[in-house]
Ligand binder design. Structure first.
Ligand SMILES: Cc1cc2nc3c(=O)[nH]c(=O)nc-3n(C[C@H](O)[C@H](O)[C@H](O)COP(=O)(O)O)c2cc1C
Length: 458
């Protein structure tokens, strides 16, 4: 069986994690409103919109990675293996392979001035957005020198007819473009829409030394070599099992207004961005567009899975006793939580805070907690902060630090970073004063069985 977006949707369906909506949906704001309503704290189900106004025979899927449980389903591991699965596969994945025979993504080919807005059901996400955006488009291009292909998620705004802006701030694709622009040439690109969510995640991972390419990682995370096929009109190999592929050129020295667009930060963002001229659109029969709701939970799950793994690995090498790293929901990975062993002294925790805030530019607040706190449960983290932290003793504040430009409270990305030692010190978490209420394991297991049985009776 193929491993693609469709197989992932089937898996979600089997697990009861997919909400299928047959009611007609208008592209203006309605999808975002539905994502907002179902999301809640735990991320809510993935959604498949099957009936979209003026886009017959097309569907839209979203919220595909909006929980650690769904992320684990996409990577084919258990929730508590996410970190190690990612770290194992990072440098160690498959070479892509060529698809044999006609590729599904090329079942339909439109190569005469495609009209993007009528072909692709890209929504208007938020009030005040300047246009219809693709939020889960994976941009693929080739390094001019090495010929190696790379892939990254970049937001794109559909303009008139066959033009779209692309927000290109992160390397390496932004570098390929700069290089081409310097020489006055356009850069051949392809955009893959409707990838398997593990491939989406690979596209968002920053390219590291030792990683062959993100095409290799994409196959690795999805659990098989990535099948590629030659694009119809550009010299790029594209994922054969994507739902839709746009082929075209990133134009040199052209910029157009990009935004305002309600971003993953929860704020509107505006830029002047480069423009892609789309020459050809290919798609599967009854294509499914996937999207990532801006300021939704997928973005946090994607970034926190790889950032958390990387940060944990670096910190635990420097300080034995760093057990795990997670991030609080709501603001990308600005607020992190580090779980430490009881053996760490207050001085070592201080050192840990300085290291963490310096190693990860996005990290603005870091909370250190003990082993008895579930760091994936924000309620428990806030409980530790409320009951084990004293400002005069446990706060570390570092001014004039390089933060993240998309945090509107910074001055051009500069601001204050803080560390909160919310460990039970000096006595430790299992002392009388700090002992957390507990239940015996047998009672918990029995409770789970009783609840499960009661659910089945319904
Ligand atoms: C949901 C999501 C949206 C993103 N949007 C953008 C974007 O619009 N522009 C950008 O430069 N990077 C964006 N990123 C980050 C890039 O995907 C990431 O830095 C990637 O490594 C860039 O790789 P590339 O240069 O190979 O394309 C986004 C990441 C996620 C998870």
């Amino acid at each position: 069986m193929n491993v693609d977006l469709r197989s992932y949707l089937n898996k979600l369906r089997e697990k009861g994690e997919l909400l299928e909506i047959g009611e007609e949906i208008n592209l203006r704001y309605e999808m975002t409103a539905i994502f907002r309503e179902v999301s809640g704290e735990q991320g809510g189900p993935a959604i498949l919109f099957k009936n979209i106004h003026s886009h017959p025979q097309k569907s839209v899927a979203g919220n595909l990675l909006a929980s650690r449980r769904k992320m684990a389903l996409a990577l084919g591991c258990d929730v508590d293996e996410l970190r190690d699965t990612y770290l194992k596969k990072r440098f160690n994945s498959f070479d892509p392979v060529l698809w044999e025979g006609p590729a599904p993504v090329q079942e339909n080919v439109i190569d005469r001035k495609p009209d993007l807005l009528s072909l692709i059901p890209a929504p208007l996400f938020h009030q005040g957005d300047s246009g219809h955006y693709l939020t889960a488009g994976a941009l693929i291009s080739r390094d001019h020198l090495t010929g190696e292909q790379n892939i990254g998620i970049h937001r794109m705004q559909l303009l008139d007819k066959n033009l779209m802006t692309v927000f290109l701030s992160n390397p390496p694709l932004s570098e390929y473009h700069r290089e081409a622009e310097r020489e006055g040439r356009s850069l051949p690109v392809a955009v893959a829409l409707g990838l398997h969510p593990a491939e989406m995640m690979a596209a968002a991972v920053p390219l590291k030394k030792g990683m062959k390419s993100k095409m290799h990682l994409a196959g690795g995370l999805a659990g098989r070599p990535l099948p590629l096929v030659k694009a119809k009109t550009v010299d790029i190999l594209v994922p054969a099992l994507a739902e839709i592929v746009l082929e075209g050129e990133l134009l040199p020295n052209v910029r157009k207004p990009d935004g305002p667009f309600g971003e993953s930060s929860g704020y509107y963002f505006h830029a002047e961005s480069p423009v892609i001229e789309v020459k050809t659109v290919t798609f599967r029969n009854e294509p499914i567009l996937s999207l990532i709701p801006p300021w939704g939970i997928d973005t946090e799950t994607i970034i926190s899975t790889f950032s958390g793994a990387e940060l944990w690995q670096e910190l635990s090498r420097l300080i034995p006793g760093v057990l795990d790293v997670a991030f609080l929901p709501g603001a990308l990975t600005f607020q992190g939580v580090v779980k430490v062993a009881e053996t760490l002294s207050m001085q070592e925790i201080r050192r840990l805070i300085h290291l963490a805030l310096n190693l990860d530019q996005r990290l603005k607040h870091v909370i250190i907690v003990d082993e008895d706190v579930d760091i994936y449960n924000p309620r428990e983290v806030l409980w530790a902060l409320a009951t084990r932290f004293q400002g005069s003793r446990d706060l570390v504040s570092l001014e004039g630090m390089k933060g993240y430009v998309i945090d509107p409270s910074t001055e051009n990305g500069e601001g204050t970073k803080m560390g909160f030692d919310a460990t039970a010190r000096p006595e430790g978490p299992y002392s009388d004063r700090f002992r957390k209420v507990a239940l015996p394991q047998e009672a918990l297991l029995k409770a789970q069985a009783i609840i499960e049985k009661a659910r089945h009776h319904h």
